[in-house]
Design a protein around this ligand. Sequence first.
Ligand code: UDP
Length: 244
Amino acid sequence: MTSDSLRFKRILLKLSGEALKGSLPSGIDTQVLAYLAAEIDAVRSLGVEVAVVVGGGNIFRGRSAGEKGISRVTADYMGMLATVINALALQDFLEERGIPTRVQTAIEMREVAEPYIRRRAIRHLEKGRVVIFAGGTGNPYFTTDTAAALRAAEIKADALLKATKVDGVYEADPAFHKDAAKFETLDYLEVLNRGLKVMDSTAVSLCMENHIPIIIFNISQAGNLQKIVTGHKVGTLVGREKYE
Ligand code: UDP
């Protein structure tokens, strides 16, 4: 396979904290990390430039802590720090496979990661390094989904791939509604108007304005990431273009 036959040459992969905890009640499942590192390795070896935004919900979520007495802004900063913990763990597993990786954080902490510098991030990608963006957007009241949309726009990613535990976007939650139909494609406005739980509306709007397709897919099915970058129909595509 040549890099010309790739559908997406530069991807922004959004991994939620939820994805990292596997079947554990909270925290990081190292088996899952090893699995994710292998999935990333597989697409990187095809020549795809891979940037990752990690969430922090497996460790700390600002909104729920905010409701329990910690001020919302402080709780959000705690949530952003949680994403750095996840990013470092993922970096370790990628490097164990020999994949050069850089963590860039929106909240400066020079001893553990580079600060976020867009041009430098792009340079890393061009050199074949996986770049993990941590610290969300660096601002409270945002989510890591929005950070993913923002970074995808900044680095001019060809697509934002949102990894989930379900096969795509359904009319209703498939865990409760067995007959719920899956959408193959959706327009951004349909997602916003119907209030579909794809990503928060800020993230969807950012992708819409910047013409970034979003693919919601099941990361726990091995090979899905590779299928997506090589142009197979996987999950649900949100965007202007349609799956042929
Ligand atoms: N967060 C924030 N600003 C950001 C990104 C994240 O304040 O730009 C905080 C927020 O409190 C959020 C937490 O970090 O609850 C963890 O991120 P998120 O819930 O998006 O992680 P995920 O759901 O992907 O695990």
